[in-house]
Design a protein around this ligand. Structure first.
Ligand code: SAM
Length: 230
């Protein structure tokens, strides 16, 4: 499965950012900024952005002077990030380290980071619980685990979003990235992945529960979850 997911993201990598902007009307940038705002009380330090892809979250943190490691298993997605870093000036390049690796077997020592983030990545890994355990392992005691993932809105917004993501997204994915199945996969996984209290329960089961909180983003279309490592 992970090989297929890697190939899929590699295939859509050149158009990934464009389609994210189209699908969310640019709002995903605002949602990612919320991760940064939640982190302010940690006050700097080392951040690991897992499933970093083209690096939106990694870049946000690096621009705020955090020292960031961006990890993804798709070399092609990371290549887009490398180009973005090169285009952003020297200061930023010194604050971002880019690592190809697996979210389920992080190539870092225990207690290495102050913060670990994963944005729209945990639903794509084969074993989300293992990924959470890996996040907790590499974060120092008292550090922060932060997750941004799709959820489901209720009522009319939920119905509209379901239609939008299950019908329009794959068609637009085909139109702009010539890849219907990738965007069908992304929409299907968004529709099936646990969210809200079901996801916080998963976090608790992996021992990530100190100060555990969640926040709905845009009526629940996405959720942010965060907790301290104890
Ligand atoms: C939907 S993208 C999210 C990218 C970025 N975090 C963002 O919010 O725009 C999911 C990313 O997860 C990566 N990914 C999926 N499974 C992975 C794994 N086991 N290890 C590392 N990266 C993985 C994919 O290569 C892809 O870049």
């Amino acid at each position: 499965m992970s090989k297929k997911v890697n190939e899929m993201f590699s295939d859509i990598s050149p158009k990934y950012d464009l389609l994210n902007n189209i699908f969310t009307f640019g709002l995903h940038k605002k949602w990612k900024k919320e991760l940064l705002n939640i982190s302010t009380d940690v006050g700097g330090g080392r951040v690991l952005d897992i499933a970093s892809g083209t690096g939106d979250i990694a870049l946000l943190f690096a621009k705020q002077n955090y020292k960031v490691t961006a990890l993804d298993f798709s070399e092609k997605m990371l290549e887009v990030l490398r180009k973005r870093v090169r285009g952003s000036g020297r200061g930023l390049a010194q604050r971002i380290e880019i690592v190809q690796g697996d979210a389920l077997n992080l190539p870092f020592d225990d207690n290495s980071f102050d913060i670990a983030t994963i944005g729209y990545g945990i639903r794509n890994v084969d074993d989300p619980r293992k990924c959470l355990r890996e996040m907790a392992r590499v974060v120092k005691k008292g550090g922060l685990v932060l997750i941004l993932e799709t959820g489901q809105a209720s009522g009319v917004i939920g119905m509209l979003n379901k239609f939008y993501s299950s019908c329009l997204m794959p068609l637009m994915g085909n139109l702009f990235a010539r890849n219907y199945s990738a965007y069908k996969y992304l929409s299907d996984t968004a529709g099936n992945f646990p969210y809200g209290t079901e996801f916080t329960q998963m976090m608790r089961e992996t021992g990530i529960e100190e100060g555990l909180q969640m926040r709905k983003v845009f009526f629940g279309v996405s959720y942010i979850y965060w907790a301290r490592v104890s």
